[in-house]
Write a protein that binds this ligand. Structure first.
Ligand code: AMP
Length: 427
C-alpha cells in the first residue's frame, strides 16, 4: 500500500511525501500502514512495535496533519503545547525530535518542536519554550521540572504519545508518568507504543486508552528466534584485536558491533580500518546524511563492520544481520534483547557474541539471570584473559559484602557499566 492510500489529506500529502522521499522512505512499513489510518481517524492506538519498525513516522506523520488541520488559535503569540511525546531516554528524545522536524519541513505552516531532557542545563530549554511549542518531545523528569518552573502547561495537549512505554517503566519513570497524566486533559488521543507487554504495561495501557485499535506487527523473530549466543572471555584492552581475529577467521561478512559510547564507536572503527577491515562508526553525533550513507554501504556490503551505540542502532533495519557483537555489554537485560534481536530475523539464523572480562562478568551474570539463560563461557586461543578483578576493599573476602553495605543490583549494573565505558575509552 502506498503512502498516498493511508488517508492523508490531499492538501498535505505532497509536502509529507516530499519529506519522506528525502529520507529515503518509499513505501510505508507494516506499522505505518496499520497505525496511520487509525490515528488520522482520531482513534487511540496500542502499538506493539519493535525498535526499527518505523513507529516514529507512524505516529508523527498523522500527528502533524492533525496539528496543521486544527491550527493554534490565531493571533496568539504563545503556542500552546498541543502534542506531547514521552520517551525514556535523551537520545531517543533527540532522535524523535529530529525526525519530526524533518517530516514537517515542507508543511504550509511552521511547527515548533521542543525537545527536552535531563542531564543538561534547564535554562536553554526554558528559553526555548518562551514562545511555547506545538509539539514537545520529553523525558518525564525534565518535563515535570519545566512544568514546576512554569515553562509550559499541558492544558491544551490533545495528543499524548508514549514511546517505548516498557522502557519508561523499566527505567523507573512510573511515578513521574502518573504525575504527568494527571496534568493532561482527560479528553485526548493517546498513542501507546511498546516493544513488550508485561502485565504492568498491559495495565498501564488499559488505564490510558479508550477503545484502542491494537496494532501488532507480526515478526518472525518474536516467535522462533534462531540465535546462537556466545560469551567470549577476553581482557578489555584486547577486544579490538579479538574482534579483528573473529571477523577474519570466522569469515563474518556483515557485523554489527555494539559499544557503550560514541567515542568508543569512533575508536574501534578507526582501529579496524587500520587493519584493512571496512568499518564505520554509527552514533547520534553523525549527521543524518552520514548515517544514511553508512547504512547504504552496510546494506550493499561496502562496509563490513558497523560499530554503533544502542540508540543509534535503532535506525539500523537490515533484514539479514548474521552477527551481532556486544563489545561493551548492554546496560540492561532489555537492551540485550533489543541488541541480539537484530540478528536471526525473518527465520534466518543469527549469532550474538558477547565479550566478557573479569570486570564485567558479574554484570553479564545479571543479564543471564534476568533473561533466564546460561551462556557457556569460551576462550579463544591467543586471547585468554589474564586480568583478575582487583579485590573490593569493602569485601576483601569476596563474600558479597558486609551486611547492610551490600551493593544493590542497580549499583552493580552502574559499576559494571562505568568500568566498561572507561575501558572502552582507554582501549
Ligand atoms: P523507528 O522504528 O521509528 O525508530 O525507525 C527505524 C528506522 O526506519 C529509522 O531509521 C527510519 O528512518 C526508518 N524508516 C521508518 N519508516 C521507513 C519507511 N517507510 N521506509 C524506509 N525507512 C523507514
Amino acid at each position: 500500500m502506498p503512502f498516498s492510500s493511508l488517508g492523508f489529506s490531499p492538501a498535505l500529502l505532497p509536502a509529507l511525501m516530499r519529506a519522506m522521499e528525502e529520507q529515503g522512505y518509499l513505501a510505508p512499513t507494516a506499522i505505518q500502514s496499520a497505525a496511520i489510518p487509525a490515528i488520522l481517524e482520531g482513534r487511540d492506538v496500542l502499538g506493539s512495535a519493535q525498535t526499527g519498525s518505523g513507529k516514529t513516522a507512524a505516529f508523527s506523520l498523522p500527528l502533524l496533519q492533525q496539528l496543521v488541520n486544527a491550527p493554534a488559535p490565531a493571533g496568539r503569540q504563545h503556542r500552546p503545547v498541543r502534542a506531547l511525546i514521552l520517551v525514556p531516554t535523551r537520545e531517543l528524545a533527540a532522535q524523535v525530535g529530529e525526525a519530526i522536524v524533518g517530516f514537517a519541513k515542507y508543511l504550509p505552516q511552521h511547527m515548533k518542536v521542543a525537545v527536552v531532557f535531563g542531564g543538561v542545563s534547564i535554562n536553554p530549554q526554558m528559553m526555548n519554550l518562551r514562545g511555547g511549542a506545538d509539539i514537545v518531545v520529553a523525558t518525564p523528569g525534565r518535563l515535570l521540572d519545566l512544568i514546576d518552573h512554569n515553562a509550559l502547561t499541558l492544558t491544551n495537549t490533545g495528543t499524548l504519545v508514549l514511546d517505548e512505554a516498557d522502557r519508561l517503566l523499566d527505567l523507573g519513570f512510573g511515578e513521574e508518568l502518573n504525575r504527568i497524566l494527571a496534568l493532561l486533559p482527560t479528553k485526548r488521543q493517546t498513542l501507546f507504543f511498546s516493544a513488550t507487554f508485561p502485565p504492568a504495561i498491559e495495565a498501564l495501557a488499559s488505564s490510558l486508552l479508550r477503545n484502542p485499535i491494537r496494532v501488532e506487527v507480526a515478526q518472525v523473530e518474536q516467535t522462533a528466534p534462531d540465535i546462537t549466543q556466545r560469551a567470549i572471555e577476553v581482557d578489555a584492552p584486547r577486544r579490538t584485536q579479538l574482534l579483528r581475529h573473529l571477523v577474519q577467521t570466522e569469515k563474518w561478512e556483515r557485523v554489527l558491533v555494539f559499544v557503550a559510547t560514541k567515542h568508543a564507536a569512533e575508536i574501534v572503527a578507526d582501529k579496524l580500518r587500520k587493519v584493512d577491515i571496512e568499518a564505520e562508526p554509527f552514533h547520534g553525533e553523525l549527521s543524518q546524511g552520514k548515517r544514511t550513507q553508512v547504512l547504504q554501504d552496510f546494506k550493499i556490503k561496502a562496509v563490513q563492520v558497523v560499530v554503533a551505540t544502542d540508540v543509534a542502532a535503532r535506525g539500523i533495519d537490515i533484514a539479514q544481520m548474521p552477527v551481532v557483537v556486544n563489545y561493551d555489554l548492554p546496560r540492561s537485560a532489555t537492551d540485550y534483547t533489543h541488541r541480539i534481536g537484530r540478528t536471526g530475523r525473518a527465520g534466518d539464523s543469527g549469532l550474538a557474541v558477547s565479550f566478557v572480562s573479569a570486570a564485567t562478568e558479574a554484570h553479564f551474570r545479571l543479564i543471564e539471570k534476568r533473561q533466564g539463560i546460561k551462556v557457556a563461557r569460551e576462550q579463544v586461543a591467543g586471547f585468554e584473559p589474564v586480568e583478575v578483578l582487583p579485590p573490593n576493599p569493602a569485601d576483601p573476602a569476596g563474600t558479597g559484602g558486609i551486611k547492610g553495605k551490600r551493593p544493590s543490583k542497580k549499583d552493580k549494573l552502574r559499576a559494571a557499566q562505568g568500568q566498561t565505558v572507561e575501558r572502552a575509552r582507554d582501549d
